[in-house]
Design a protein around this ligand. Sequence first.
Ligand SMILES: Cc1cc2nc3c(=O)[nH]c(=O)nc-3n(C[C@H](O)[C@H](O)[C@H](O)COP(=O)(O)OP(=O)(O)OC[C@H]3O[C@@H](n4cnc5c(N)ncnc54)[C@H](O)[C@@H]3O)c2cc1C
Length: 416
Amino acid sequence: MTLANHQAIVIGAGVAGLSTALYLQRGGIATVVVDPLPPAGGASFGNAGLLSPDTAVPIALPGMLPKVPGWLTDPLGPLSVRPAYFPKAFPWLMEWIKAGRLDRVMAISDAMRALHKDSLQCWQELLGPDLYRDLIRPTGQVQVWEGSADTANAAVEQQVRDRHGIKTEKLTADDLRQMFPGISREVTRGLLVPGNGFTVSPARSVRSLGELFLNEGGQLIHERALKLIPQPSGGWMVMTNIANRFAPHVVVAGGAWSRQLLDPLGVKVALETERGYHAMLFDPEVKPTLPISNKTRAFGVTPMEDGLRVAGTVEIAGLDAPPNEGRAAALVEHARRMFPGLSGAKVRTWMGFRPSTPDSLPILGPVARHPGLHLAFGHGHFGMTGGPPSGRIVAKLILGQTSPIDPKPYAATRFA
Ligand SMILES: Cc1cc2nc3c(=O)[nH]c(=O)nc-3n(C[C@H](O)[C@H](O)[C@H](O)COP(=O)(O)OP(=O)(O)OC[C@H]3O[C@@H](n4cnc5c(N)ncnc54)[C@H](O)[C@@H]3O)c2cc1C
């Protein structure tokens, strides 16, 4: 059994853990990242790659309660709850519905905006100019709608954008056909959000963070953390499957699995997984130049370096249930309906575990009752956007520096 001393241990090599680790390493704290998987082995591998500084609309919005019966009875709907898992998810779902009250939505949007607005700047800071240019496209994103009816929360979404002075440009059906040749006539209008962007490869972006971390003296250790044990003289022992590792600072950045390490310590956080799917279409007949989010059907397409990624859907079914391939197949059908020229012939499907809180905000910073224990998870639908700025906050707090934004809205104590 290995015994080792470190200055800081980060658990999890996803976008949240590696961003934190790289900021720590650059701040002068020799850091190790512990994960049985290589970088980007979790949700950070297969997400839609949207980087959205100008997105501040939480997932829970007013009027969710009447929709619950539909979630339980339509296994292929945009949001489904597996009936067998419903009792387990019930407390989280209730908090989620409460977070959708209009006054909460506005307060949450303030915290989302504060965190997300520097997302591209943090990616640039972490990757450096060459990799940033290679991987990131700050070219805007487009939302589209079918038919003439507004989606239920269009007015709230506009209110959030107005509140934060987020600029958008309305697009007509003709504009959309010019921008995206081959788009279906069912798509009638759109909105360009020019301040947003995307990455052409979420996996390569996060692996690049891992490579930079190694090149700058960090250590990646392929072990699973099994238990966190506070030490009588201060600091923590991380008991892994093959070692005992000691450090004054431990950061839990284990994505959707983070509660497994925190529950035994009595650290209560409202974390559930919203499982999402992607279908990667290789050699697509159609490749739009910008990501398109179809708000009517709740899915999106992103042009990536290896093809067209169709992603979306939320499935509440926990960490153990097998994937429902029907959900990924439904995404391909949605994409073919939006772009009838797509054959969807060469497809890879994937499921990932979004680490989600009811209020769409991550859980960041120190745990007051446990000196030296820090949290960096819970980014839900927005981890590629929020991961780097969150890493900057958590690292600054560990380094004893001032956080660039008020960290209070993201503290674990909000669930106490
Ligand atoms: C379909 C889909 C589409 C999405 N689209 C977008 C998007 O367009 N834009 C956006 O911003 N976000 C998007 N997201 C969300 C984003 O992918 C996540 O929020 C983000 O990847 C979470 O990063 P993370 O580092 O917290 O978790 P993960 O990437 O899941 O990493 C957690 C890591 O912790 C490790 N781990 C867990 N337990 C332990 C342990 N005990 N010991 C050691 N290691 C452990 C795991 O092995 C894993 O590698 C999407 C997600 C999905 C599923």
